[in-house]
Design a protein. Structure first.
Length: 94
């Protein structure tokens, strides 16, 4: 198992790069938050305070980690916990 993370600010092509890499044999792409969690993203941002949003993104990163641990191939993610730790507090100030 290998987890490769593409970090960066929004709209810099992380997902595009991840999907391009996933076209290679043996590479699986994942997005954070996952499609299941993404459905809750608007609610989380509109109702919950900043600290609770951090837990939402932590849960997303943990799900990515679990997927990677259970994989025999290479997992490439378009974001991970590190970006959230830095980026989410900045956005909460805007």
């Amino acid at each position: 198992m290998s987890l490769v993370v593409i970090e960066g600010i929004d709209y810099t092509g992380k997902s595009t790069l991840v999907h391009a890499l996933a076209e290679k044999d043996g590479i699986v792409s994942v997005s954070t938050p996952s499609p299941e969690l993404r459905r809750m993203k608007n609610y989380v941002h509109s109702v919950l305070p900043h600290n609770a949003r951090m837990y939402f993104y932590l849960m997303s990163a943990l799900l990515t980690s679990e997927l990677a641990k259970n994989s025999v191939g290479i997992i490439v993610s378009d974001r991970y916990w590190y970006t959230t730790v830095v980026y989410e507090p900045v956005l909460s100030e805007v």
